[in-house]
Design a protein around this ligand. Structure first.
Ligand code: PGA
Length: 243
């Protein structure tokens, strides 16, 4: 892993956006793995600014999002499809048909998961996967557990995850109980991974992700086994290389 530390979140957003932009400039038909939540909002703004300045085009790029809530209409302001439209896709020249977010309202969710993996297998691998991290160490919505899933699957969200995300809703009861998420195997197939971690409250989980034991109880720790992970953070942490 490579760790880049930033003095503030705006420098971090710009650097993360620049990495994604340089990927698309060097490979216009790049496949990007996208993330939602509070973490990527600022970097998506930077990407939009660069697009509006005429300095990058997404006309040939494709995207696959990590996850989607189960049971929220796509028009709901907190659906991850809506998040992607309002924060990024509506403001750049990506073709609608080239953007993919799992369908959390599919009549047959298991079939939807298999279809998502099939599309990613046939069109992939993802060139650059953007990740945030949950306070409990989840990536995508792969929650800490005794076992993790290889492929895309329907997950029961942990109470701490629903609590963390209730800030986006009026009430905890409105936060969905389930989501569809890329599995760990799907995420780990990306050629390169950009993990963005913001805020002092994430310093401890980031330290354990970088330096702690690799365990399914901290799904992000599996990133230690991936050959190309770039971590960008404003947290005060160090990567203690042990050789
Ligand atoms: P956040 O969520 O960006 O809203 O902190 C990250 C995550 O849960 O993966």
């Amino acid at each position: 892993m490579i760790l880049h530390k930033f003095k503030n979140q705006s420098d971090l957003d710009r650097a993360a956006a620049d990495l994604i932009i340089s990927m698309v400039r060097s490979k216009p038909n790049a496949i990007l793995g996208m993330a939602t939540g509070g973490t990527p909002v600022g970097l998506y703004k930077e990407i939009v600014k660069t697009y509006q300045a005429g300095l990058v085009s997404f006309a040939h790029a494709k995207t696959f999002n990590l996850d989607e809530y189960v049971g929220l209409p796509v028009t709901h302001k907190e659906s991850y499809r809506n998040f992607m439209q309002t924060n990024l896709f509506d403001h750049i020249d990506i073709q609608a048909g080239n953007t993919h977010v799992p369908d959390g309202n599919a009549a047959d969710v298991d079939a939807e998961c298999r279809l998502y993996d099939k599309m990613m297998f046939e069109q992939g691998p993802v060139d650059l996967q953007l990740l945030g991290i949950g306070g409990n160490g989840h990536i995508g919505f792969n929650e800490p557990d005794e076992h993790l899933s290889r492929g895309t699957y329907k997950v029961t969200l942990k109470q701490e995850t629903r609590e963390a995300n209730k800030r986006f809703f009026n009430h905890i009861d409105e936060v969905p109980t389930h989501a569809v998420t890329m599995g760990m195997g799907t995420i780990m197939q990306a050629r390169a991974i950009l993990l963005v971690v913001k805020g002092a409250e994430k310093a401890e989980i980031l330290d354990r992700t970088l330096n702690g034991p690799i365990t399914t109880q901290l799904p992000a720790s599996l990133l230690q086994t991936h050959p190309r992970v770039i971590v960008m953070t404003d947290c005060d942490v160090n990567y203690k290389v042990s050789f």
